[in-house]
Design a protein around this ligand. Structure first.
Ligand code: GLC
Length: 425
């Protein structure tokens, strides 16, 4: 049984492999996505270490001169996706989008390096990666935290990786739709409309893209100009964890300056995370920088925060909060509580369970010694796979598979759950 699931996962990743990068799934997402690729590299390493480094290297090869690593690399033309390169107009030789995504590369690079059977190759690859990931972290704090608070803001929901979360609803009411180009969505040709974002949300996604495009994708201007500026605890936790992992990697590779810089970023970030804690919800919340107020919605962003080296009492409280969520749904961890009036069990990030988030949360909880909750999350994840296959996401009550099928990073996470047990922060 165990053997079969891992073999199936490997087959899925191989079937989505394009040679130097892997598509998330054919049809719906025909290019390279940033955090998909970095997490997928972990699954690939199980059967082909060299190919795993290639996955990460391809991603980092498309880093911008200012340090940003884009959320999509459009390696080939494909009419099946909107918005494509003609909408982004970032003027890159190989077209890319103009925004970023959760920076899991530092986290992944450290794991690949520490697990490498071929140490010579692992060292050479990690050494090549180190300054690039450091520059990406620097970019985040420079361009998305101009006042030096220790926490970065997202300027587009797609940067969070949680595209249509309830967390953005209030802020999106302040994003206009004037002058939005007429467009035809392509996602609805590949997936059920009831699983996807709404038209009103898409119009605002495109408004923001057009606005940033009109500013020439100049990252010195975008943060201040954006009507959408949200500090997301899950996103910041991933960045903090990647900084702390990169610091350890840099120590191992004898690069003390890179280590010190990243350690300082992580420490400042962990201290600043405390400002996002809500006693009322017993978890972290997003913060809307535009109106200077917390976003009063207890989404999974505040639980994903467990991936960072947060204080042990916070990890414990998050563990308790997750178990409480399990009282109103069958499978942990729902992206929005099932008891919330905004819960929609099939609609993308407004209720469904995602394996990558489960993986990051359980990794963090294991590191914090919260093994019981971590194991519950892992067993729920594997049960979903056994019952419903390798989908993009799942209904947290019925377990129904939703979104795209034969999904790459879902497969990679199954390999991680079934073959790895490292617990270090
Ligand atoms: C969706 C997800 C995002 C992911 C992408 C490709 O846009 O919200 O997190 O990176 O699909 O799988």
């Amino acid at each position: 049984m165990a053997q079969t699931l891992v073999e199936h996962a490997v087959d899925i990743i191989r079937s989505n492999d394009q040679g130097a990068y892997t598509v998330p799934t054919h049809g719906l997402y025909p290019f390279q996505w940033n955090w998909d690729s970095a997490l997928t590299a972990l699954g690939i390493a199980f059967y082909d270490e060299e190919r795993a480094w290639v996955e990460l290297t391809t991603l980092m090869n498309h880093q911008w001169d200012d340090g940003m690593v884009p959320h999509i690399v459009f390696h080939k033309e494909d009419e099946g996706y909107f918005p494509g390169p003609d909408v982004w107009q970032t003027k890159r030789k190989t077209p890319t989008s103009g925004i970023s995504q959760p920076p899991v590369a530092g986290f992944a690079a450290r794991k690949l390096f520490e697990r490498a059977k071929d140490k010579t190759r692992g060292t050479a690859q990690a050494r090549a990666m180190l300054p690039k990931i450091d520059a990406w972290h620097d970019w985040f704090y420079r361009c998305r935290d101009p006042e030096g608070t220790g926490l970065v803001a997202l300027i587009h929901p797609w940067e969070s990786g949680r595209d249509n979360s309830v967390d953005w609803d209030a802020a999106f009411q302040r994003v206009p739709t004037d002058g939005v180009m007429p467009f035809q969505r392509r996602d609805l040709q590949h997936a059920d409309a009831s699983h996807r974002p709404t038209q009103a949300q898409y119009e605002r996604y495109i408004y923001l893209v057009q606005l940033f495009r009109s500013l020439g994708w100049d990252n010195a201007k975008l943060h201040a100009a954006s009507p959408f500026q949200i500090v997301d605890p899950g996103f910041n936790a991933i960045l903090i964890r990647s900084c702390s992992d990169l610091a350890k990697l840099a120590d191992d590779l004898g690069e003390p300056e890179i280590a010190a810089r990243n350690r300082a970023r992580a420490e400042k970030g962990v201290a600043a995370m405390e400002t996002l804690w809500s006693d009322a919800h017993n978890q972290y919340l997003c913060y809307d920088r535009k109106v200077d107020q917390p976003v009063d919605n207890p989404s999974i962003a505040g639980l994903l925060a467990a991936v960072a080296p947060i204080p042990p009492n916070r990890a414990k409280e998050i563990g308790e909060r997750i178990l409480e969520l399990g009282e109103s749904c069958r499978y942990l961890v729902p992206s929005q509580p099932a008891t919330s009036p905004h819960f929609d069990g099939k609609r993308y990030w407004r209720g469904p369970v995602w394996l990558i988030v489960n993986y990051l949360i359980s990794d963090g909880l294991k590191c914090a010694g919260e093994d019981g909750v971590a194991q519950r999350i892992i067993s729920d994840s594997l049960e979903l796979i056994s019952n419903s296959g390798f989908a993009e996401y799942y209904h947290p009550i019925s377990g129904e598979p939703c979104g795209g099928k034969s999904f790459t990073w879902t497969a990679a996470m199954v390999i991680e759950f079934m073959t790895q047990s490292d617990t270090q922060k």
